[in-house]
Design a protein around this ligand. Structure first.
Ligand code: ATP
Ligand code: MG
Ligand code: FE
Length: 347
């Protein structure tokens, strides 16, 4: 079973071919990603109209390249999976219309995949882990703690009430005059900084529900930065380190709550899993790994290339759904908003 995956929901245009592999894992036959970072850098964030146009310009060639890399023709593909949302609607439409056209012309099943579900299932693609597992999904647009019980069976244990973690990294980078996207830059500078120089708040610490709040932390950092302006490079590094340390503390505390809530809805997890662009952060990965170890859980995080947006995760989610007969109609809608996990019922 070879599945083509197409991803255009944000600022990465991506296409990949994946097949089922050994040990429950997936076998990535090709994984082509074209980032639009350069197109958006001047604006300090993603401009939807520019993103949509950039997807149109490269998507057909990228799909051809992913087939070539896999050594396959369209006729050898068993399903066409596409991220049908959530995301920037112009980009989503481009991927979806392209996938529908290919599915119609080549008479292949169409699988309309939820982008967040694809992030959530990446640990099965890479490590073949079984259900249920506890997921921290942290990206530019989302921050959620989820009990992943099965394909299509997700219980949300917590979410952010304001900024996503990746968004907070991006905003902090912007206010410190660093590049976009901010996560990698903040992490790099944090390595040389003093994480204890600024006593930044740890919002939500000790709260009963596994929710996040990050805007207050970002504001506290802005106030410190304004007090010091103009900032020296040491100031910037110390601010980055102090910010990252606060984020790590918040994540560890929120996860502690989520682990307890997980038992209520899904029993004992097979693993603690991190996914989404923020899962690329080394300090966060180390903290999660230590916490999983203390709880006697395996820790699984995708290789860096599969943390951010990519086509392989979409193709894999397509395989997971196709195996269960979950295919979609040619009328499948593009969705700007598309929650993938049911909120946990309040006790
Ligand atoms: P979503 O998946 O919610 O639709 P998205 O597509 O923007 O949003 P991803 O591409 O999965 O999200 O992740 C991008 C985000 O990850 C950005 O906010 C970026 O700053 C953040 N990020 C990337 N690398 C790191 C890092 N090393 N440390 C912290 N954050 C990071
Ligand atoms: Mg992205
Ligand atoms: Fe994403």
């Amino acid at each position: 079973m070879n599945v083509l995956g197409i991803e255009t929901t944000c600022d990465e245009t991506a296409a990949a071919v994946v097949a089922p592999g050994e040990g429950g894992r997936g076998r990535i036959l090709s994984n082509e990603v074209l980032s639009q970072i350069a197109e958006h850098a001047a604006y300090g964030g993603v401009v939807p109209e520019i993103a949509a146009r950039a997807h149109v310009e490269v998507l057909d060639r990228l799909i051809q390249r992913s087939l070539d890399q896999a050594g396959l023709r369209l006729a050898d593909i068993d399903g066409i999976a596409v991220a049908a949302g959530p995301g920037l609607i112009g980009g989503v439409l481009i991927g979806l219309v392209t996938a529908k056209t290919l599915a119609l012309v080549a008479r292949k099943p169409l699988i309309a995949v939820n982008h967040l579900e694809a992030h959530a299932l990446t640990a099965r693609l890479t490590d073949g882990i079984g259900f249920p597992y506890l997921l921290l999904l942290a990206s530019g647009g989302h921050t959620q703690l989820v009990a992943v019980k099965g394909v299509g069976d997700y219980v949300r244990l917590g979410t952010t009430i304001d900024d996503a973690i990746g968004e907070a990294f991006d905003k902090v980078a912007k206010l410190l005059g660093l590049g976009y996207p901010g996560g990698p830059e903040v992490e790099r500078l944090a390595e040389t900084g003093d994480p204890e120089r600024f006593a930044l708040p740890r919002p939500m610490l000790g709260r009963r529900e596994a929710n996040f709040s990050l805007s207050g932390l970002k504001t506290a950092l802005r106030i410190e930065a304004e007090k010091l302006a103009p900032l020296s490079s040491v100031d910037v590094a110390d601010l980055c380190a102090s910010f990252q340390a606060a984020v790590v503390d918040v994540i560890v505390d929120r996860l502690r709550v989520a682990m307890r809530d997980f038992a209520e809805v899904a029993g004992h997890p097979t693993a603690l899993v991190a996914a989404g662009g923020v899962a690329a952060n080394g300090a966060i990965r180390r903290a999660l790994s230590a916490q999983a170890g203390e709880a006697g859980l395996a820790f699984v995080a995708p290789p860096l290339s599969l943390c951010g947006d990519n086509g392989a995760m979409i193709a894999w989610a397509g395989i997971e759904r196709l195996r269960l007969g979950l295919v979609d109609d040619i009328t499948a809608p593009a969705r700007a908003r598309w929650p993938f996990a049911e909120p946990k019922a309040v006790a």
